[in-house]
Structure formats: structure tokens, C-alpha cells
Design a protein around this ligand. Structure first.
Ligand SMILES: Nc1ncnc2c1ncn2[C@@H]1O[C@H](COP(=O)(O)OP(=O)(O)OP(=O)(O)O)[C@@H](O)[C@H]1O
Ligand SMILES: [Mg+2]
Length: 288
């Protein structure tokens, strides 16, 4: 169990995070917030690359900063920007990291081959990474985070640059891996965590806005999301006066999905729809 207790992080006079309280047990936690909300800052404190200005982070009741190596060996981390040697192949790179982690050589070989298979890089495991696409490099990053079989896996924007097929593969990998472990992943791509996260943590105004499961979160928006079509000539003024979630042009008409509190001023043709996480995200961050 990882406990973030009254954590504030300041950079000079700028407060990035204020009085954060969170508990991470077993399961997948999705940290969902827009750019600049403090996701990376929080994750770096969890992996001890940054230190809280106030407050503390505990692992099973012990302060992580006092645990040193015994904490770090529990952790797998994919930084938002991860560094690697361009002339290395994925296998060489993972062997090197395995040696740093003190993994036994033969066991490391088996694990590396298994992981590269799982992230879909078995065919290119001996090719130099400088020839890789962004998504391929990202998958090497995911493999290195899993290398030490960590109890706590922290992934900062793991799906950045992945195509839909690879995103699906990633979700399966995380679901399989997360049994009996803690996985914390950040994203601003809603669909990445809708199906995989047991809990969703949203940050807003430097604080925790919510910490709940997806269906309760969508439940909060019940009765607030609608769809309707309006004549194209009225579409721009409709968009100006409503909180539009999506807009699609059709022949002669424009179809809107929008959110609003209550039914005041609701167009008569508007129909309520089942809210999804994307609606919640756009609603919560409507002024950000
Ligand atoms: N070393 C630093 N010095 C000063 N300000 C910083 C530093 N690191 C982060 N910040 C600021 O703290 C805020 C939170 O940044 P952070 O990188 O944690 O956001 P994020 O949620 O990860 O954003 P993104 O989605 O773009 O990755 C931002 O306003 C950022 O400018
Ligand atoms: Mg970030």
C-alpha cells in the first residue's frame, strides 16, 4: 500500500501540487488530467526523483525516502521522456538495465525475451533502436519498466505514440500484469484508461479532484449529457452557447453532443445520452 500524505510540491514560488492525499492499493490507477496539471510531478515524487516540499509518501507505513534501495527495487518506472542509447538494440539495452538491477544473467535473458515478445518487438530485438519509430521506442520503455517484475509500476504517458493496435496490446499487458500489484499510469487520453483502470484519479487546480471508479464518475454526469441536430446555419451560435463535447457535420444539419446542468434552454429535439469518461473529462476541465 502506497500512501501519499498531505503532499505539497512547490517549484520556487509556484505551487504545482497542494495537499495531495491518495492511497494506492492493488490494481490499476489512472491519473487523468490535462497538460500541466502535475501528473509527472506526482509520479516523480512516488519514484523518489523529486521530493515533496511538505508531506510524505509511505510504502506499507514506512516513509519511502528512508527506505532507499529496498523501496527502489519494488519500483518499475517509465518516464515521460526516457533516455536510451541509440546504437543499442532493445536486447542490449535491457541486458544493461538488468545488470544494473542485479538480475541473474540467465534469468534476465529469459525475462527479456518474454517481455520483448509481449510488447511486440521480438522480430526487431537485435536491431539498433535509432531506426525505430516513436511507438517502437515507447514499447522498449514499457518493457524496461517491467524488467524487475516490480510490485509498483509507475508509467508516465505509456501510450504516447502508440497506434490503436498497440494501445490494445498495452491494455491487455497491463491487465495481466496488475494482478496483485499496483500500477499507476498517467494519461490525458481517456480511452486508454476507461477499460483498464480500476480507479481514476483526477487532478484539478493543483489538488485531487476525484478518486473513484469509472462508473461512479460517469454516474456524476447522469442527466447532463445530450445529443441533438440543429440546422447548419444555427450551428455556430449553438456551439457558442453550449458546452459542446463533439460536433459532426451531416447533410444540412450539424449534430452535437453537449453537456448542461438541468433542462433550462434545452432544445426540444435534444435527447439525453449515457455519459462516458470523455464527457466527464471535458466537463470537469471545461474552463482549463
Ligand atoms: N522543475 C520545474 N520547475 C518549475 N516548474 C515546473 C518544474 N516541473 C514542472 N513544473 C511545472 O509544474 C506544473 C506541473 O507540471 P507536470 O510536468 O507535473 O504536469 P503534467 O500533468 O505531467 O503535464 P503533461 O500532461 O504536459 O505531461 C507545470 O505548470 C510545470 O510547468
Ligand atoms: Mg507529464
Amino acid at each position: 500500500m502506497l500512501t501519499v500524505q498531505n503532499v505539497t510540491k512547490r517549484f520556487g514560488s509556484f505551487t504545482a501540487l497542494e495537499d495531495i492525499n491518495l492511497e494506492f492499493g492493488k490494481g490499476v490507477y489512472g491519473l487523468l488530467a490535462p497538460n500541466g496539471a502535475g501528473k509527472t510531478t506526482l509520479m516523480k515524487m512516488i519514484v523518489t526523483l523529486l521530493f515533496p516540499t511538505k508531506g510524505r509518501i509511505l510504502c506499507d507505513g514506512k516513509e519511502i525516502l528512508s527506505m532507499g534501495e529496498s523501496y527502489r527495487e519494488k519500483i518499475g518506472y517509465l518516464p515521460q521522456e526516457f533516455g536510451y542509447y541509440r546504437n543499442d538494440s532493445p536486447r542490449q539495452y535491457l541486458r544493461y538495465l538488468g545488470a544494473l538491477k542485479g538480475l541473474e544473467r540467465r534469468a534476465a535473458e529469459v525475462r527479456i525475451d518474454g517481455l520483448l515478445e509481449k510488447v511486440g518487438l521480438a522480430d526487431v530485438k537485435d536491431k539498433k533502436m535509432k531506426k525505430f519509430s516513436g511507438g517502437m521506442v515507447q514499447r522498449v520503455g514499457i518493457a524496461q519498466a517491467l524488467l524487475g517484475n516490480p510490485e509498483i509500476l509507475v508509467l508516465d504517458e505509456p501510450t504516447a505514440g502508440l497506434d490503436p493496435k498497440e494501445r490494445a496490446r498495452f491494455r491487455n499487458l497491463i491487465s495481466e500484469f496488475s494482478k496483485d500489484r499496483t500500477v499507476i499510469l498517467s494519461t490525458h487520453i481517456v480511452s486508454d484508461i476507461e477499460s483498464v483502470a480500476n480507479r481514476i484519479v483526477m487532478l484539478k487546480d493543483h489538488s485531487v479532484y476525484c478518486d473513484t471508479d469509472c462508473s461512479s464518475l460517469c454516474g456524476m454526469m447522469g442527466g447532463k449529457v445530450f445529443e441533438c441536430s440543429v440546422p447548419q446555419k444555427d450551428a455556430d451560435s449553438f456551439e457558442m452557447s453550449h458546452l459542446v463535447i463533439s460536433r459532426r457535420e451531416e447533410t444540412g444539419q450539424t449534430h452535437f453532443r453537449f453537456a448542461q446542468d438541468g433542462e433550462k434552454g434545452l432544445p426540444p429535439q435534444a435527447k439525453p445520452v449515457q455519459p462516458d469518461l470523455e464527457d466527464v473529462f471535458l466537463y470537469i476541465y471545461r474552463e482549463d
